[in-house]
Design a protein around this ligand. Structure first.
Ligand code: FES
Length: 233
């Protein structure tokens, strides 16, 4: 069991949870967080940030489990297991990180890691918010160049041809458009997809997704895939 040290509301539907301890993992991976006693109340939640003595998760209220999670208070114990999933690839060059809504969750740690891993890497961060911006200070701090849109299409602000690679997470329509543009411009686009999950470890098949290379398990083979394997564009 680990101890919650913060669980704060950061917008109408979003919370940032911080748990004390030293945790493993990389951007794009997730933990299964046990919220209630009933076994189904375990939710996969992406790593938002790993620090020397804590791990943070950004989550959105999307049902009974996450609603219950918002009620957890500082000092309460929580059961988390992970990290699971493949995470984002180690890449270099000029990279755009593109997120929408809760899809922004893995991009903070991704930005941090990409910059730490190579001095030659330039990272631009693009985030689309549907109604209100959240964590603006954090996004500005982590990325020297942060662009955002509220209520529109963040993809309208991106010239895909400028980038060696794009990492994206968020609505299908956004990721699909980037994959299409990426193919035209020879820019590799990696997408992080969402699936219903039960075990998180590759055992139950509830997260099976169709790819051009056959059926895959989102929790184990993904959640990060090369975009052209997922979308027919
Ligand atoms: Fe069980 Fe992926 S969640 S196999």
């Amino acid at each position: 069991m680990a101890v919650i040290i913060d669980n704060k509301k950061i917008s109408e539907q979003m919370y940032l949870l911080e748990i004390e301890g030293q945790f493993q993992g990389k951007a794009g991976q997730f933990y299964m967080i046990k919220i209630g006693e009933y076994p189904l109340l375990r939710r996969p939640i992406s790593i938002f940030e790993i620090t020397d003595n804590s791990i943070k998760f950004l989550y959105r209220i999307s049902g009974e489990g996450t609603e219950l999670l918002t009620k957890k208070i500082n000092g309460e114990e929580i059961n988390i297991q992970g990290p699971y999933g493949n995470g984002f690839p180690d890449i270099e060059g000029k990279i755009a990180l593109v997120g929408g809504g809760i899809g922004t969750a893995p991009l903070y740690q991704a930005c941090k890691e990409l910059k730490e891993n190579s001095r030659n890497t330039v990272v631009d961060l693009y985030i689309g918010f549907s109604e209100e911006i959240f964590l603006k200070d954090l996004w500005e701090q982590i990325s020297g160049s942060f662009f955002y849109d509220i209520g529109g299409f963040i993809t309208d602000h991106i010239d895909v041809s400028q980038y060696d690679a794009i990492i994206t997470c968020g609505p299908d329509v956004m990721m699909k458009k980037l994959v299409k543009e990426g193919l035209k411009n020879r820019t590799k686009v990696y997408v992080s997809i969402e699936s219903r999950m039960a075990c998180g470890m590759g055992a139950c098949l509830s997260c099976t997704c169709k790819t051009k290379k056959g059926n895959k398990k989102t929790c184990k083979d993904g959640p990060v895939f090369l975009g052209e394997e997922i979308y027919h564009v």
